[in-house]
Design a binder for this molecule. Structure first.
Ligand code: MG
Length: 384
């Protein structure tokens, strides 16, 4: 069986978040956004699907780099397809992004699941049928009753405990929020949450990403006193030397790199140079499920955890298939939003969580997404 067609359907849907001037999402009034459904279709009609941003699969990128490397090829040779497309990145002048690779790789794994009749998390090795989620908060804000003060974080942590979460990660206050960045304010929020959840409850922090070394070391040592599990990305990650310095200077676990380019190759360099204690991967950061699993296996070989970054069916599959992944990241959460409500284009969310804080692998073939095709068909804005 061969791949016959690759299509991208862009559609509009309601949104309930808005981005601040530095790109962070906060709760907002109802608005309209657009997303794209990438479909890789075999000659017998079997379809692999991934939801992505419209810019991830622009018409010229699909036509120049994706279709020529997929059409007529076997849907079972994902590694071959990934490399065939990836090799065009070098001379694409930045046009072929890691996010394009991710969208294609996710749709290919979904297709593989549907062709073989198996869920992707099992095809990847299937380490566990369920995994604990950590509740991942939105960044701090200036909304009354939102996440504006350390007390707000404490109150929200109490709600998360009631919802069943067994671990919590805070995102601190980022520019342009009033008073940000401020490591002392971050610490106050972390201390207030520790007070509410009690000793031994797993906590993590993802603060402002551009602190200087002096602030970061102070914060890391204070979080170690609070028995935090890890801190991630407190500085620009292009400076691996700074992370090597930080990792050597504190007993707090440093997790990384998250947004740094370079896929599994960069993660291997960080491990080799002792620039992190725990490895970060995420399907939208490294170019798909395929390289994310390489990060996990590389880290495992050094007795290191590899924690999946970000929400969604692809990251859930990686987390369920990796021996050395501790948690699934569920969020972003905020007192004013309902994470459990499906988007317009979903019949259900990808990562339903039980009352004990576990997200379960689904048994349906593929990634386990339940996409509302009627909605997408009725709300198309273009079709390539
Ligand atoms: Mg992060």
């Amino acid at each position: 069986m061969m791949i016959e067609r690759v299509e991208a359907i862009t559609f509009s849907h309601r949104t309930y978040t808005q981005r601040d001037s530095d790109g962070h999402n906060h709760p907002g009034p109802e608005g309209t956004g657009s997303s794209t459904l990438l479909q890789i279709i075999c000659e017998d009609g079997t379809v692999g699907q991934a939801i992505c941003r419209p810019t991830d699969v622009r018409p010229d990128v699909l036509e120049r780099y994706v279709r020529p490397n997929l059409i007529g090829e076997s849907p079972l040779l994902i590694e071959r397809a990934w490399y065939a497309i990836y090799k065009w990145q070098r001379l694409s002048g930045g046009q072929l992004t890691d996010r394009t690779l991710t969208a294609v790789d996710l749709a290919l794994w979904d297709l593989m699941g549907k062709v073989t009749g198996q869920p992707v998390w099992k095809l990847l090795g299937g380490y566990r049928p369920k995994i604990l989620a950590y509740g991942s908060t939105m960044c701090g804000d200036d909304m009354e009753g939102g996440l504006a003060t350390p007390e707000d974080y404490a109150r929200f942590a109490e709600w998360m405990l009631g919802r069943g979460y067994k671990a919590i990660k805070l995102h601190g206050w980022m520019v342009p929020m009033p008073g940000a960045p401020d490591v002392r304010l971050d610490y106050k929020a972390c201390a207030a949450v520790r007070e509410v959840v009690g000793e031994g409850f797993p906590l993590m922090l993802d603060p402002h990403h551009f602190y200087p070394r002096s602030d970061v070391l102070w914060l890391a040592n204070k979080l170690a006193e609070l028995d935090f599990v890890w801190m991630e990305e407190p500085m620009e990650e292009a400076s691996m030397s700074s992370y090597k310095w930080l990792t050597a200077g504190t007993r707090l676990n440093i997790l990384g790199p998250e947004t740094m380019t370079g896929k599994h190759w960069t993660r291997a360099e960080w491990v080799k140079h002792d620039a992190c204690d725990m490895v970060r991967t995420g399907v939208w950061d490294v170019g798909g499920i395929s390289p994310a699993m390489k990060c996990a296996h590389m880290a495992e070989s050094f007795h290191m955890a590899c924690e999946a970054h970000g929400t969604g069916a692809g990251n859930l599959a990686v987390a369920l298939a990796s021996h050395n992944c501790t948690y699934y990241e569920r969020g972003l959460l905020h007192p004013f939003t309902d994470y459990d409500a499906p988007a317009d284009y979903q019949n259900r969310i990808d990562d339903e969580m039980d009352a004990d804080g576990y997200v379960h692998g689904r048994e349906e073939p593929g990634l386990g997404q339940d996409i509302n095709m009627d909605y997408i068909d009725a709300n198309r804005v273009n079709h390539d």
